[in-house]
Design a protein around this ligand. Sequence first.
Ligand code: GLN
Length: 304
Amino acid sequence: MNFDHILNNLHVKCSAEKDTGKIANYIPELKKVNANKFGIYLDTLSTEQVGIGDCNEKFSIQSISKVFTLTLALKIIGDKIWKRVGVEPSGDPFNSLVQLELEKGIPRNPFINSGALVIADLLVSKLKNPKEDTLNFIRKISNNQNIYSNESIAASEKKYGFKNAAHINLMKSFGNIKNSVDEVLDYYYQMCAIEMSCKELASSFQLFANGGVLPYNNEEILTPSYTKRINATMQLCGLYDEAGNFAFKVGLPGKSGVGGGIVAVCPHKYAIAIWSPKLNKKGNSVKALKVLEEFTTQTELSIF
Ligand code: GLN
């Protein structure tokens, strides 16, 4: 299969198409990004790699970080985490408060904001230096020491993050947040503000394509069973209230972020990351969705 040819054609085609999306503007610092950035990176387990456009430029990974924090929580705490967060798709926007009160402060899944805040609370309880320990974990699975969080993006989100503050306070009132609201929010925002390139994301997500084993040194980070659970959660919840459409059109476990990135995994075959900052109304990158839909259609490499 000529991946290079397919992805280059898709990059040219999608660059020429009118993009009706809009950059996320509710985090002021995120508005500074150039809306026309567009990168693609494919990393196959058979060591073939294809990088196109702005694939080496770092961007704000935002909710893609929720996959890393879930992975770390599952690794160090195990199945006990599921007492405090569910695994069902929410069918609501990533920052919706509606279900949280009805369901007594137990978020539907770890990939909506409330769920990631619970995972953040669990990690704040367990880790000595939550931010550094998590960054080191991500550096390890990416085989790359050059991964940092952008403090001005984290601070900007903290200043305007009224809705996340509402989520965490509501959950605290139900007893589902054990640490101080401020400490957990700080850690959550620092994780959202991590910056990585498409290349770095595709390389770190190979772990989920490779049954939980790091391809670069064969170390098992997750059991096959936990890897299956993370992929299943990405499939059903990774794109929030657009997860059905994503399964329908793309057919891969994936995770998006409001920085404009989407990473998707084809178990036993590849991980692919795409970045284009303009988002649709559900908060997902318009161009990244288009590339993934066409890529799995042309290659027939999806899980279905
Ligand atoms: N930091 C963002 C928030 O909490 C992440 C949202 C996202 O990427 N979908 O709203």
